[in-house]
Design a protein around this ligand. Structure first.
Ligand code: GCW
Length: 702
């Protein structure tokens, strides 16, 4: 026993010597760059407790063989020292040895891990055990997270494995550096200088992703440029893949379906044409020669003007299967179900289901259908997409949007975990919950990262990246737990601070839904940029581009009738599910106007008319933002000055713009029906024409 302790101590000394050179120097200003990986020093009793354990890495097990393990050990050395308030690990007489038992598998493997404390007297040790190296890396991050939340080392005991195989980010980044729906600056990918120059951000990005279990990244926009499949781009991709491999992150590419024509010199991209098929096989071979663990292709086909198999009279299955065959067992084709057509008069919310359900059973084994959480498009609230559970023979992945295209960009605070939790928990009535449907495949999140110093355009938007990763790892985690973890790692572990920030976060998305799209309304954002209210937009060429298409308001009433008397979108859901939404008197009021068209003066179970209830919802939304701002103001002095000010200023914008949403929307509804505001409701300072006249062509992300 003593002998081993000495060996361990010696190893720890060596480790300390190595670490000195690589530690970032001194305390940094809080600019958000470190995300949730700050490993901020513990304080008070928590600090005493960790210092009493004095955890030191042992050299038992694998030692530092393989890049993934080198990273895991490095993270632990740096993190443990930092949590104890040291620049480098310190040695004490009695220390808890941290053993890493990581198996032999270097590839991605299962990536599960166990953390446990073994209280052997004289020789206390903490074990991180996994069957593969990536599991140990994930275990290292999990240990730092739990310590970072202030838990005692001796009480940390957990056994975890990812709930689903694919946990991916989808970047809508264009090769010229512009990010579609990006609100955090320019793209983080420096295609111009790759492969020769690899920005440090690419490593920091991989590290952030690995720390929350994300294991794949589609690096370019689904509205794809074909030239990203050319050899010079394959070289760039290979450099990224090499950098990310030790972090367990696989590279994927959005493939433009017409590439054989665009860059291949063929005059067709017909998926049944032998030359086209050969072209894709050769392309896949070329990619795999450079990137042996290339993840595969993501495809947006026959959607919003993108090319696809239907251009040649073929089906989505024909297109997907052709690419699947080219990849073979080496990779996955992720085919998006986000389709709707200008020619089709069917309710837009129904088109994807109509298109894809008949294809169930026709997709190759290595094809996954990627379905947005709701049937329209990332609105502040939508019912779950009816495709979930409706294609038992097809693997299905959930697409969530981390970037807040329809929730106030990076200017408004909205923590999205409750929204995703709502979708994941929804019972499909056919194959269990949405979470159960997607478990064999995975989750994709449209990334909110950019070149801004804080990565995501605002400090609180980091929480959405974090929450996405945590839910893909374990969809049964509660929003509350995720918010608490994130806030303790990012801002402060002080209970008084957390008891302010966590509830702020948990209510924030509902608040946004109330002042933008209350009671089940949707897609009322102004055209193009999708920022601010535009309920009056009714005259764009394609009907489903107009907010009027979605709210269907006139002098008499408001809402989209999706019952039998209307589009009957309800019929796409399992009978038990449809039933709960069929009756306006009993439907969850948050979905009311999604499924029903009602008269402005109709009485609601609340006793209020639809109009009165709508006004009160907007007002609750505005009050919710005021409450967030007041709560945050109370944290002055408890949060570092720079981040405190930044969040305060954003909240002031949000207070102002919540009123803008409320006033402009109410002014427009009033212009239709002429009803007075209910007694006691605040007046509307400007005319509907004045609100309508506001333009801001410089809004980002278009
Ligand atoms: O939400 C809409 C966006 C488009 C986007 C599209 C999609 C990438 O407004 O910018 O295009 O969805 O998901 O394909």
């Amino acid at each position: 026993m003593m002998g081993r302790m000495l060996v361990n101590r010696f190893a720890a000394m060596l480790a300390g010597a190595v670490i000195t050179a690589v530690l970032p120097g001194g305390a940094r200003a809080e600019d958000g760059y470190d995300l949730w990986l700050r490993n901020a020093p513990l304080q008070g009793q928590q600090l005493e407790a960790l210092r009493a354990h004095s955890p030191m890495l042992s050299d038992a097990g694998n030692g530092a063989h393989g890049e993934t393990l080198v990273i895991a050990r490095e993270e632990l050395r740096r993190g443990l020292a930092s949590l104890q308030g040291y620049d480098e690990p310190r040695q004490t007489d009695t220390f808890t040895s941290i053993d890493m038992d990581c198996g032999q598998i270097r590839g991605t493997g299962q990536a599960g891990f166990t953390l446990r404390f073994a209280a052997v007297p004289q020789d206390p040790r903490f074990v991180i055990a996994a069957q593969d190296h990536l599991g140990c890396l994930y275990g290292a991050y999990a240990l730092l997270r739990e310590l970072g939340e202030g838990k005692d080392l001796a009480e940390i005991a957990t056994e975890q494995a990812p709930a689903m195989p694919l946990r991916m980010l989808n970047h809508w980044d264009n090769p010229d550096g512009h990010v579609e729906r990006g609100y955090a600056g320019r793209s983080i990918f420096d295609w111009w200088h790759l492969p020769q120059r690899l920005d440090q951000r690419m490593i920091d990005y991989a590290r952030a992703n690995a720390s929350i279990g994300i294991n794949g990244a589609v690096v370019n926009n689904v509205n794809a440029r074909a030239f990203m499949l050319e050899p010079r781009y394959i070289a760039k991709l290979a450099r990224l893949a090499d950098a990310w491999r030790p972090y367990g992150i696989q590279v994927y590419l959005s493939a433009r379906f017409s590439a054989p024509r665009d860059i291949g010199g063929l005059d067709t991209a017909d998926p049944l044409d032998p030359q086209v098929r050969d072209w894709w096989v050769a392309k896949a071979d070329e990619i795999y020669a450079a990137i042996p663990d290339f993840g595969g292709f993501l495809v947006k086909a026959n959607s919003e003007g993108q090319p696809g198999p239907q251009d040649y009279g073929r089906t989505h299955a024909d297109g997907a299967n052709m690419l699947a065959q080219a990849l073979g067992p080496r990779g996955t084709v992720i085919w998006r179900a986000f389709v709707y057509s200008a020619q089709d008069e069917t309710d837009r919310a129904m088109q994807a289901y109509d298109e894809f359900v008949p294809l169930d059973g026709q997709f190759a084994e290595n094809v996954i259908l990627q379905v947005k959480n709701g049937p329209i498009d990332f609105q502040p609230r939508e019912p779950f997409h009816p495709l979930f559970g409706a294609m038992p023979e097809t693997r299905m992945m959930l697409e969530a949007q981390i970037t807040k295209e329809y929730l106030g960009f990076a200017s408004h605070l909205a923590f999205l975990a409750p929204m995703w939790e709502e979708a994941l928990e929804a019972d499909t009535g056919r194959m269990g919950s949405v979470a159960q449907v997607i478990m064999p495949a995975g989750m994709a999140g449209v990334a909110n990262t950019g070149s801004d110093r804080n990565w995501t355009g605002s400090h609180f938007d980091q929480a959405n990246w974090y929450a996405f990763g945590r839910l893909a790892w374990d969809p049964s985690l509660s929003s509350e737990q995720i918010a608490r973890e994130w806030a303790s790692l990012t801002f402060s572990r002080a209970p008084e601070t957390l008891s302010t920030i966590v509830p702020m976060m948990l209510g924030s998305r509902e608040t946004v839904a109330r002042y933008m799209t209350p009671m089940g309304l949707a897609h009322l954002m102004d055209t193009g940029h999708h920022y601010g209210p535009g309920p009056w937009v009714c005259d764009l060429a394609r009907p489903e581009w107009n907010p009027c298409y979605y709210h269907r308001a006139d002098a008499q009433g408001i809402g989209f009738d999706r019952t039998q008397s209307g589009s009957n979108a309800l019929s796409q859901y399992a009978p038990g599910v449809a039933e709960q939404w069929a009756d306006p008197a009993t439907v969850d009021p948050r979905f009311l106007l999604w499924f029903h068209h009602l008269g402005w003066q109709d009485r609601r179970p609340s006793g209020l008319t639809v109009w009165e209830e709508l006004v009160s919802r907007y007002d609750t939304g505005v009050a919710g933002v005021d409450a967030m701002a007041a709560a945050w103001a109370g944290l002055e002095g408890r949060i570092d000055a720079s981040r405190f000010r930044s969040v305060s200023e954003s909240l002031a914008i949000q207070q102002n713009e919540a009123r803008w949403w409320r006033n402009a929307s109410l002014a427009y509804w009033q212009s239709l029906h002429g009803l007075a505001l209910p007694d006691g409701a605040a007046g509307i300072p400007e005319s509907v024409d004045a609100y309508r006249a506001r333009t801001f062509p410089e809004a980002p992300g278009q």
